[in-house]
Design a binder for this molecule. Structure first.
Ligand code: G6Q
Length: 544
């Protein structure tokens, strides 16, 4: 059942006038305990959702929608290894990657417990990470590793890249962690330009080991290493390891499969950070910190699975998002981390959310008549304030936003953290309560300027706060958003764990590759033909 078929949704639709007319000013004035009543905690995080356009009745109705849709059973189906990724006939068990304090987790497809494999790979990663960190792992010429370069794209890049930045305060600073993803050679060239090949270790991260971008970058990296060692093929085994599910392809590349870290088809790319795909992160922060991160993930997983809906963080975030997306017409959702270490978190979330729920057919293959996933975007505060917040405060669009902040800073320099957090707190206050025309007038503004200086307010935000950005709170934060995406996909009745929408462009690019470098006849549309012809002409002419 999708959300539109529930009685509770019909009730919400009947009350849409009342919900649209909701006033945060009035609600806070009427109930001094509103913030307290609308604050919930889990896994080191506190969510204050009181600055949303909801009262207790609306929240109860949203939770009733989730109940009617059978959300509880759907959550259980994921955790118990059912093949809920039906279009690929796979279990969805990224939660098993961090279920380290529990017992068996069974893939219902083959009836096997996946946990022995999970633990084995984790131990193998830990042993390898320690070798690299201690300097015991050496390049061909005997030098220890100073540069770890992860080559991967999409799910094999965004998670570890975002996490390596987020957990930099915990990293071993003598080793630089870098990421090459784009097939644009600039990414490789600029990343390695100041690196000594003898001190560089490449992690080729690709579930399939056939992805065009990753294989181009991996081949170029191999040439770069071999050029340095005058073609000595023994260098490949010392300077490359693989993270993949495809042993044959790894061996073909020349990487010793003893130095291959496996994972499984029940781990989706965008959910794979806690798998071997996180090896670059583990080398950076060490196996103990990596396990602390998994502990944070697991704490949020447990909360999601067991907490009643009214106290459940992922469920609450998911339901509020549905209210704005499906009842109040919001097209996008902003994520605004007030922490420089979370600079890449919005980019990571774009894939997590938009690749999961950017679908337009339901599970029966019918075109949906409702909106599915929002456009997710954001930048770290306070930079965003000096850029796009104008639109958030006074624009014509409804943009629900999540503000994410930490009570303590890793860099307690001068008054920086006080200033950062003052802005963090002030923004949600300003968005919620605005400034009336009378308040502007009372400040002595000329009448002509009053409309320009007025803030309507009533702009909804969530505030998420943790004590400090640690591996554990970080893991819990990622799990929180993974499960929020799950909740929304479940209610929209879409398959959140496939990504067929990325295929077509890949297939057409493969067809166009030989066309760009030959003079073959072109049979595309006139625009595509002209673009190809233009590229051919430019590259046929000698470079000025
Ligand atoms: C994520 C997607 C996708 C994938 C990349 C890389 O959920 O599946 O982003 O991670 O296309 O794929 P490989 O790891 O197979 O190279």
């Amino acid at each position: 059942m999708n959300f539109t078929e529930t009685k509770a949704w019909a009730e919400l639709e009947r009350n849409v006038g009342k919900i649209r007319g909701f006033s945060l000013r009035d609600a806070f004035a009427a109930d001094p305990a509103r913030a307290e009543k609308m604050t919930i905690d889990a896994a080191g995080w506190t969510l204050d959702y009181s600055k949303n356009l909801v009262d207790a009745e609306t929240m109860a109705a949203l939770r009733a929608v989730a109940e009617e849709c059978g959300l509880k059973d759907k959550i259980e189906a994921m955790f118990s290894g059912e093949h809920i990724n039906e279009t690929e006939d796979r279990a969805v068990l990224h939660v098993a990657l961090r279920a380290l304090s529990g017992g068996a987790v069974v893939d219902q497809g083959d009836g096997k417990d996946v946990m022995p494999g999970v633990r084995e790979v984790l131990d193998k990663m830990a042993a390898f990470a320690e070798q690299v960190r201690s300097g015991a792992w050496k390049g061909l010429s005997g030098k220890p590793v100073r540069n770890v370069v992860n080559i991967g794209i999409g799910g094999s890049d965004l998670g570890p890249c975002m996490a390596a930045i987020a957990l930099a305060p915990y990293s071993q600073r003598s080793i630089r962690t870098a990421f090459v993803s784009n097939v644009d050679a600039t990414h490789f060239a600029e990343t390695v330009r100041d690196m000594d090949p003898e001190e560089t270790l490449f992690l080729v991260a690709s579930k399939t080991f056939t992805t065009l971008e990753t294989m181009d970058n991996a081949n170029t990296a191999r040439e770069w290493i071999l050029a340095h060692y005058e073609g000595d093929a023994a260098a490949v085994a010392k300077h490359f390891v693989a993270i993949s599910t495809a042993a044959d392809e790894v061996a073909k590349f020349g990487i010793d499969t003893a130095n291959m870290f496996g994972f499984w088809n029940w781990v989706g790319g965008r959910y794979s950070l806690p798998s071997a795909i996180g090896l670059s992160l583990m080398i950076a922060i060490g196996p103990d910190r990596f396990r602390e991160m998994l502990g944070g993930y697991e704490a949020m997983d447990r909360h999601f699975r067991t907490a009643p809906f009214e106290k459940n963080l992922p469920v609450t975030l998911g339901l509020l998002g549905i209210l704005y997306n499906n009842l109040l017409g919001a097209q996008s959702h902003a994520v605004l981390p007030y922490d420089q270490y979370l600079a890449r978190f919005p980019a990571y979330l774009q894939q997590l959310d938009m690749e999961s729920n950017g679908k337009s057919v339901d599970k029966q293959g019918r075109r949906v008549s409702w909106q599915t996933g929002p456009i997710v975007w954001g930048e770290p505060g306070t930079n965003g304030q000096h850029a796009f917040y104008q639109l958030l405060h006074q624009g014509t669009k409804l943009v629900p936003a999540d503000f994410i902040g930490f009570l303590r800073s890793h860099n307690p320099l001068g008054a920086h953290h006080v200033h950062l957090m003052a802005n963090f707190i002030a923004q949600t206050e300003a968005l919620a309560f605005g400034k009336t025309a009378d308040e502007v007038r009372a400040e002595g503004a000329p009448e002509a300027l009053v409309p320009h200086k007025t803030f309507e307010g009533n702009r909804p935000t969530n505030t998420l706060v943790a004590d400090e950005l640690t591996p554990a709170t970080f893991g819990a934060l990622v799990a929180l958003y993974e499960h929020k995406v799950f909740v929304q996909g479940a209610l929209w009745d879409v398959f959140s764990f496939d990504q067929w929408g990325v295929q077509l462009g890949k297939v057409l690019a493969k067809k166009i590759i030989p066309e760009l470098t030959s003079g073959s006849a072109l049979a595309h549309d006139s625009s595509t033909n002209a673009l190809i012809a233009r590229f051919r002409a430019a590259n046929a002419a000698p470079r000025a």
